[in-house]
Design a protein around this ligand. Structure first.
Ligand code: DX5
Ligand code: ZN
Length: 221
């Protein structure tokens, strides 16, 4: 069985109590904290930046996975690295120089990855596989929590799984958007190993019950 990881998205957390929220979700079994950065330009919503990353950093030991939905990308990367990010991903449409942005993330000591929207072609992967630590597949269009999983993205996840396996490299395959207890196994079957879930976890009173239920679904795959 692959090493499955659950990455709650704090987008659906109570921002007035964020320190407590991230501590609670890690105690409940989260492996990673997923941190959604939106700029009201690349996506039609505005969320959180490096200051908030720095504020939650002392509260948890697990990796902080910064998903940049911003354009341009490069200027903000060193700020997130200084704020304690461990993983930084960005959308290829948002960078003029994808190879340079990946290198910039690595030079700042973080794991680097590309994010593919449901309709973004995968051709960039051909050229940068050796610079990727993670590939993030969107199963909704980015911008908001609480949207419904788009089923045709499963085929695309499977295609990326094949590319990763053929590369022989150790690259995480993360899925993001509309992941719930009842579809996490399908995403795992398609080849994902890291599962972002926002509203499914933070929208419920008992985080541990949800994470445990997700893990028992994954155990059946
Ligand atoms: C969407 C974000 C997701 C989102 C996931 O643009 O990238 O991380 O918060 O939330 P749910 O799990 O509610 O779809
Ligand atoms: Zn995200």
């Amino acid at each position: 069985m692959p090493n499955y990881r659950i990455a709650p998205s704090i987008l659906s957390a109570d921002f007035a109590r964020l320190g407590e929220e991230v501590r609670n979700v890690v105690t409940a079994g989260a492996d990673i904290i997923h941190f959604d950065v939106m700029d009201n330009h690349y996506v039609p919503n505005l969320t959180i930046g490096p200051l908030v990353c720095e504020a939650i950093r002392p509260h948890v030991q697990v990796p902080i996975d910064v998903h940049l939905m911003v354009k341009p990308v490069d200027r903000i990367i060193p700020d997130f690295a200084k704020a304690g990010a461990n993983i930084i991903t960005f959308h290829p449409e948002a960078s003029e120089h994808i190879d340079r942005t990946l290198q910039l993330i690595r030079d700042n000591g973080c794991k680097a990855g590309l994010v593919f929207n449901p309709a973004t072609p995968l051709n960039h992967l051909e050229h940068v596989m050796d610079k990727l630590d993670i590939i993030l597949m969107m199963s909704v269009n980015p911008g908001f929590g609480g949207q419904s999983f788009i089923p045709h993205t499963l085929k695309k996840i499977a295609a990326v799984r094949k590319m990763i396996d053929e590369s022989g490299r150790d690259i995480m395959l993360e899925v993001d958007g509309g992941i719930k207890i009842d579809n996490i196994a399908a995403a795992a079957q398609a080849g994902a190993d890291t599962f972002v879930a926002g509203s499914a976890i933070f929208g419920k009173p008992d985080y541990k019950a949800v994470i445990d239920a997700m893990r028992s679904e994954l155990a059946k795959v």
